[in-house]
Design a binder for this molecule. Structure first.
Ligand SMILES: C[S@@+](CC[C@H](N)C(=O)[O-])C[C@H]1O[C@@H](n2cnc3c(N)ncnc32)[C@H](O)[C@@H]1O
Length: 210
């Protein structure tokens, strides 16, 4: 997506966002997976060059306090169907309040396929993930990737990111291997230094034979 910025108020992290996020992190570190919300720059890099059109379905995993959601709200063309899937009830409640008119499902990305059916939505043209894959057990990673592949349109795009600092960790390496078994990897994802910690966007498409 590019060029079609609408002028909504720009979302910046307020101190309240950051503290809210940090408090959820402290109470559930394994499932939040990061101590600081992503930057707007990372959000923009996550949706760069994905041409969306009316009727397309966009799914976001783990919107958290909404940094990617707010970039999407500004840049999605009219008529694109958005669905955010957030597992934390308190974060979910805040998303509903903060983004009126956008749809959020309280549940897990493991059930994306069923969740899309439940909302009578078709297959996803873009799946944007803010999930802490590198902190997840391997079986959960596998369930989410299976469900993602099933829920994706044949020419859909799956975008996720890894923190540069953890690129060499065994869990990140395992995730990269696993995601490579489910999807085709597109090289050349953007590295975003204006994020804490700096992150690299990874982009995948659905293999034709799966
Ligand atoms: C690292 S935070 C990222 C939040 C936001 N996308 C960002 O980049 O700032 C991960 C988010 O994913 C949510 N989450 C974790 N596991 C999930 C799952 N299986 N399904 C849906 N959401 C999940 C957490 O509650 C949290 O809001």
């Amino acid at each position: 997506m590019s060029g079609s910025k609408k002028h909504h108020s720009h979302h910046r992290h307020t101190l309240g966002d950051a503290l809210h996020f940090a408090s959820r992190f402290i109470s559930r570190p394994g499932s939040i997976g990061s101590v600081w919300p992503s930057s707007r720059q990372l959000g923009e890099a996550m949706i760069e060059n994905v041409p969306l059109k009316t009727g397309d379905v966009v799914v976001e995993y783990g919107p958290g306090t909404g940094p990617f959601t707010s970039v999407l709200r500004e840049q999605m063309p009219p008529g694109v169907e958005y669905l955010g899937i957030e597992r934390d009830p308190e974060l979910h409640r805040n998303l509903v309040r903060r983004f009126p008119g956008m749809r959020f499902h309280l549940g897990s990305a493991e059930e994306t396929h069923e969740i899309l059916d439940h909302h009578r939505l078709g297959k996803a043209r873009l799946v944007l993930s803010g999930l802490p894959f590198a902190n997840m057990p391997a079986d959960l990673q596998g369930r989410i990737l299976n469900s993602t592949r099933e829920a994706m349109h044949h020419d859909g795009v799956f975008r996720t990111f890894t923190y540069l600092l953890s690129a060499m960790s065994p869990r990140t390496k395992h995730f990269k291997r696993l995601v490579g078994e489910h999807f085709h990897h597109h090289h050349g994802g953007k590295t975003v230094m204006k994020n804490f910690p700096p992150a690299k966007v990874m982009s995948y498409s659905k293999p034709t034979n799966k």
